[in-house]
Design a protein around this ligand. Structure first.
Ligand SMILES: [Zn+2]
Length: 227
């Protein structure tokens, strides 16, 4: 586990008091931020979501600014609404979504914005079971020739992540989803290193299970400190 410093969080997760500086989401340690996501997902899985921090009073407070405690790069798939899956409220998560949760320049730029200006320390790349983009990337280029060029660009970004997998294996898609998450994690780290950025954040991969609603953080955790 990476010790990212910060003020830590000692209260009940979710019961934040906006009047205390230490309750700012971005002040959470990496460990506390992951714990808060896991707890929220547990509530969601158990059918006991709180849907807190959405009332007008809280939204009024947020007019002053935002301190999301995590960035989540997820798939645009309509079956994976990030805030609901983690049972988090307004101002909690800085969410970026596209087909196949791939890292492109605009995605990297959005992550850097959250890290640099909002001081968010945890970045989660979350894929999901049955991802259509990953499934399409397994098709060969000839097969997908009829797809629009922009979509082909997305699929090409996924290709290297799954190149080592046999598309005929029964669990190829499941393995591909995981490999694609790790590929995005790797790409984000590589980008930071190439550009010699001294970004202070940690990045971790996860996969959402469609049936159970559970988010499985990849273990052994490829949580990578990017500094
Ligand atoms: Zn997907």
């Amino acid at each position: 586990m990476v010790a990212a410093g910060g003020l830590g969080f000692t209260g009940v997760p979710g019961a934040l008091n906006p009047s205390h500086a230490s309750d700012l989401g971005s002040a959470l340690s990496i460990k506390a931020a992951i714990a808060r996501l896991k707890l929220g997902n547990e509530r969601f899985v158990n059918g006991e979501p709180r849907h807190f921090r959405s009332a007008k009073r809280w939204r009024d407070h947020l007019v002053e600014g935002q301190n999301p405690f995590a960035v989540v790069l997820g798939c645009a798939d309509s079956r994976v609404p990030i805030e609901l899956v983690f049972d988090q409220g307004f101002g909690d998560l800085f969410v970026i979504r596209n087909a196949g949760n791939v890292v492109m320049d605009d995605v990297a730029g959005s992550i850097e914005y959250a890290v640099k200006h909002l001081h968010t320390k945890l970045v989660v790349v979350m894929g999901h079971e049955g991802c259509g983009a990953v499934t399409a990337a397994f098709k060969n280029r000839k097969e997908r020739r009829t797809e629009p060029p922009e979509l082909q660009t997305v699929l090409k970004l996924i290709e290297p992540a799954i190149a080592h997998l046999n598309p005929n294996e029964h669990d190829a898609i499941a393995k591909g989803v995981e490999a694609n998450v790790l590929w995005s994690v790797k790409n984000m780290v590589r980008l930071q290193k190439e550009r010699n950025r001294a970004a202070d954040f940690s990045i971790v991969g996860a996969v959402y299970e469609l049936q159970s609603g559970r988010v499985r953080f990849l273990d052994p955790s490829p949580e990578v400190p990017v500094r």
